[in-house]
Structures are given as C-alpha cells and as structure tokens.
Design a protein around this ligand. Structure first.
Ligand code: M6R
Length: 590
C-alpha cells in the first residue's frame, strides 16, 4: 500500500523508476518522482501505472538524488494532482508519504490561509516543513514529526542538500547501502536489488541518508545505531505468461516443502512445556487470506487441542474487547508482516500480557518485530495481489505449530505429531496432481465467467476453504461471491439460486459426503449450476476430483483448484489478475 523509494547514487532517477516498478504491487493508481537539481527540485507525476510515469519521464535528465512514490489512494481521488511527491509552496522541500496523517485537517487549519494543490493528507507535511524550517533540516523534521498523528513513512528532499531525510512511524521503511550508493525503501525485498546491507528503521525514527552513510535518531533527537544485516537477494520475475499469480500457484508444491523444512530447521514451536500449558485461549489473527488460514487452522486443530482456538479478523480484534492476559497465545498471521491491522492487534496482545507469535513470510517485518516469537512460512516473494502460495504455506506452518502445541500440552501424542510430519510430505505431490489438471479447471472457468454470482460451500474444515475460494474469485474476477457453511444455505440463501448462479461445493471428509450431496441437490433443483471439489463425485455436480489426503492437511490441497478457478475466470473476463482494481498488496493503513 503505497511504495516509496529514495536513492543517492549515479542515475538516481532511472534507478528510482526501476524500483517503483518493483514496488508497484503496493499501489498502482498514480506515481511520481522528485529529482534534486543544482538550484531546484523537479517533480514528475502522473495518474496511472509506472509505465505512464516512464513515458512521462522519457528523456528527463539524470540526478544523483531522487525520491519516488507509487500510490494507493486513501485521501483524495485518483488524479495527477493527488499523486506524490508534493512540493512546499517555496519549492524547497519535496515529500512522499505512505500512511495516513490522521490529524491533517487540524494541521491544515494551523497552517492558516495557504492554498493546497491536492486533496491529500500528505501535502500537509511539505507545508509544515516550510513553516517550521529553522535552517537545520533534521531539527525541522523532528519538529514536524512530533506534530504528526497516524502512520507514516515519509521521504523528503531538501533543496541544496545532497541528502534524503525520512520519518518512520508504523508504516514500513528500510535503509540500505552498497558500494554504489545509499537507498531507502518501503520493502526489504525491493531494496535488496540495490543494497548489500540493510537496516530496518525503528518505529518512531528520523533518518538522514547521504554519500557519507546513514544516521538515525528517535523523535527526541537521540541517535540510534542502525542494525544492519545482509538481505536475501530476491528475484521478482513474472511467469512465462506475464503473470505472477499463476507462477505463484505453480510454486506451491516446492514452497510447501520449504515451509515444512522452515518449521523443522527453525526449531519448531520453541515454547516450553510450562508456557504451553499456561494457555487457556489461542487466538489466530489476520486479515483476508491470512484470516482464512487462521479459520482453517483452528477448524482442523480443534479436535487436537484442549484449549479454545479463536480465529479473529485483526481489525475486529483491535477494538473488540477480546479477553487477553498471560493465559492467551496469539498467532498473528500475515504474508507481508506489514498489514497495519495485524500489527496493531499484535501490539494489543503484547500490551495486555499475552504471548505474540508472528506467522509471516517476512522475518524483518514490523509484525516480526512486534512479536515475541516468529515462524517464517518460507513462501518466497509473493507479488500478485491475490495471495495464493502464502496461504498454503501458512496452513502448513500453523498445522505443525498447533500439533506441537498439543504435544506440549499432552493432548497430542508424539507419535501422532510424527505421523503428521510424515503425512505432510505427501501434500506437495497431491498439489502437483491438482496442478496437472489445470486445463480442466480452465474449461470450467469458461462457465463460471458467465455467472452473475458464485457461492462456495463446505462443512467444518471445508468451510474455510470455501471462504478462501470465494475471496480469491471476487477480488480478481469482480464476480459477486460468498461463502457459506453448506448446511446454512437453506436458511435464506437458497432464494438466490437461479440458472446464472454457480455453487462450488468443497468436500474432503467422506463422513460428510452425504450431507454435502444433499446441499448440492438443493441448489441444482432450484436451477443453479454446481461444481464439486472432492476426492469423490456427486451425482448433480461437475467434478474436479482431487487426491484423498490426511484430513489434517487436506485443505492445503483442496484450495488449489479454487485458486486456479479464480485465476482462469479472471483471465477469461480480461481482468488484470495481478493488480485487481481498487486493491493493493500490503495494506499498511488501518
Ligand atoms: O500481508 P497479509 O497477509 O497481512 O495481507 C492480508 C490481506 O490483505 C491479504 O491476504 C488480502 O486479503 C489478499 N488480497 C487476498 O488475496
């Protein structure tokens, strides 16, 4: 959600343009760059994607200091005027911002009778820098920082200083250096293309980067020693057909193996027996797909654990008065580790004395820093806005962590846990068998693309899979979709069944096959079309047959046809599958 990049290096403008292309998944409605010249700051910005900015900037002279931004609109509509960077009225400061300045209206009033050029909260920062400038940019920046409320990662160019200044509060920001220059960025994976050493800017910090290196201060002006590490070099290449999403789905078998290895090599759960036995409730907290993985893990592990497993949407958890104390363990699930709602939820758990456990794809993320323990799901960089392989890897990691929690609590035998570890080895091959049928899924997608609504149904452990299938389909195809526990349809939703409605029934538990068969018959009897995803077939549904696996791991397999179905349906409808409308990959505002 908004990406920012800053570079002090030869060719800073073209490097910033390249970085914005890599950050585009964070927001793609408008973009811009500010370049420092000898006697002025030039700003180039436009509505649209980075390709439009590249076009606008064709032939623009280089600079050795530049900042850039790719936007996901929060305040102010999508237009060039609201694109970043913003100049101060005297044109001595240029600002890009990721986050929300919650008190911007009050700050605008304090600024008095000035004319703003945009409807954004972010422009206020440039105006405040001009107003409070006292001859020292860092001192001024700290003055401004203390006035801002909300979340912000801000990068600033100041005329005549060959430096970039920055502020970080809640929104992500990292700095990096290499023999070629000094950089700052919203994303570790992106900056690793330029920097050989990277440091995460602490929450509540002000930063100065220059050819001399990196200086970091807290908001009172006290210096902080940057904690540099060597980042993993990340490749970021779309698949052969130009999409990230399909490539990421096809990586699932490999990534599931890595997720299991990550659990084993990372030392497993790492809780003591005494700690594990102290818990009375275990929260599984996340947003979107990460919430669905919490739902799924809770549903599968419920029979294994003598403790309440409580999946909660992160934004609800923050304000919902959920009981937390020393007897609460919270798994905070997030692919990016930067989802603001999930990070706030972790902070709430920690502040109330609960134990926080990040389950994330990004070990250097804000979430990992906010939590006592971290498990890396090892899904590798995920760039399609629709999360796929991260979901499967979250399920693998959570299944193993929860089973081990059962061992420590005495409700799961060491033998059953060992059996789960063995059974999990079969999952990648089962997923590969589903992927081999992708052409069949693509054919079914032709029909789904003609539907006006699609309902996903499942019972018990299949219901979270239905939720994830529905989320996937709606977010990239824009077809109206909902998920229901299969038995719930007859309590109202059956009224919506007609010929251009499709119902996808997920069923992995042979014991519940008959019940799901009745649900399928109820919808087809009312004219709807039915598809089934199961290791068996139903008389009234077009089948997508999947391999039979251990019920504890079945969801890692049964979701794959639904991920493919969403992909092929969206493609059939000509959607931009990797960058669906109105969305962004990493939602760093509440
Ligand atoms: O990075 P996170 O896992 O915290 O992201 C959470 C959600 O924003 C994310 O899963 C979102 O729902 C995806 N677009 C779903 O495909």
């Amino acid at each position: 959600m908004c990406g920012i990049f800053g570079a002090i290096c030869d060719g800073a403008v073209s490097n910033t343009l390249k970085a914005l292309k890599l950050l585009e998944y964070r927001g793609y409605d408008s973009a811009g760059i500010a370049a420092l010249r000898n006697d002025k700051i030039d700003v180039y910005k436009t509505e649209g994607r980075i390709a439009a900015l590249q076009e606008l900037m064709r032939g623009v002279p280089e600079s050795d200091v530049a900042i850039g931004h790719t936007r996901w609109a929060t305040h102010g509509s999508v237009c060039t005027a609201n694109a970043h960077p913003f100049l101060s009225p005297d044109k001595k400061f240029a600002v890009v911002h990721n986050g929300i300045i919650e008190n911007h209206l009050q700050l605008k009033r304090e600024l008095g009778n000035v004319r703003f050029t945009s409807q954004t909260d972010s422009e206020t920062v440039a105006y405040l820098l001009e107003k409070y400038f006292d001859g020292d940019v860092m001192r001024t920046l700290l003055t401004v920082a203390r006035k801002l409320q909300g979340s912000f990662a801000i990068a600033v160019l100041a005329l005549c200083e060959r430096k970039i200044y920055a502020l970080r509060s809640k929104s992500p920001l990292v700095v990096g250096t290499s023999a070629d220059g000094v950089f700052l960025c919203s994303d570790v994976r992106c900056i690793s293309r330029w920097a050989s050493r990277v440091a995460v800017c602490p929450d509540g910090s002000a930063v100065e980067i220059s050819a001399d290196g990196v200086r970091i201060f807290d908001f009172s002006g006290a210096p902080i020693q940057p904690d540099f590490f060597v980042p993993e070099r990340a490749e970021q290449a779309a698949g052969a057909n130009g999409d990230f999403m399909l490539k990421e789905i096809f990586e699932i078998p490999h990534r599931l193996r890595l997720a299991k290895q990550g659990y084993v090599n990372g030392g497993g759960l790492r809780l003591s027996v005494a700690e594990a036995r102290r818990f009375r409730r275990v929260y599984l907290i996340g947003c979107g797909t990460a919430h669905n993985s919490g739902l799924q893990a809770a549903s599968s592990a419920r029979r294994l654990l003598d403790v309440d497993l409580l999946p909660v949407v992160a934004s609800e958890f923050i304000y919902g008065d959920y009981p937390v104390g020393a007897d609460a363990l919270a798994f905070l699930i997030s692919q990016s580790g930067e989802t603001a709602d999930t990070v706030r939820a972790a902070e709430r758990v920690a502040s109330l004395g609960g134990v926080t456990y990040a389950v994330t794809n990004t070990s250097e993320s804000s979430l990992a820093f906010a939590c006592k323990y971290t498990a890396n799901i090892c899904a590798g960089g995920e760039y399609a806005v629709a999360s796929t392989k991260a979901y499967n890897c979250q399920l693998m990691t959570l299944a193993l962590l929860l089973s081990e929690l059962g061992v420590l609590r005495g409700s799961v035998t060491a033998q059953s846990h060992a059996e789960l570890l063995r059974n999990s080895d079969a999952v990648p091959d089962a997923v590969a068998q589903v992927l081999d049928k992708s052409a069949d899924v693509a054919r079914l997608a032709e029909e789904v693309a003609r539907c006006k609504a699609v309902f996903f149904i499942g019972r018990t452990t299949d219901y979270p899979t239905a939720c994830e299938g529905s989320l996937k389909l709606k977010e990239i195809s824009y077809i109206h979709s909902e998920a229901y526990p299969a038995g719930e349809l007859k309590h109202g939703t059956l009224a919506l069944m007609e010929s251009d409605v499709c119902v996808v029934a997920v069923s992995t538990d042979p014991a519940l096959k008959g019940k799901t068969a009745s649900s399928v018959t109820e919808v087809t009897a009312r004219g709807a079309r039915a598809l089934s995803v199961a290791p068996y077939t139903f008389p009234d549904a077009t089948p997508l047959v999947i391999p039979q696996t251990d019920p504890f791991v079945a969801a890692m397999v049964s979701v794959v046809p639904l991920q493919l179905l969403a992909y092929y349906t969206a493609k059939r409808l000509g959607r931009d599958v990797d960058k669906p409308r109105h969305l962004a990959k990493s939602v760093t505002v509440e």
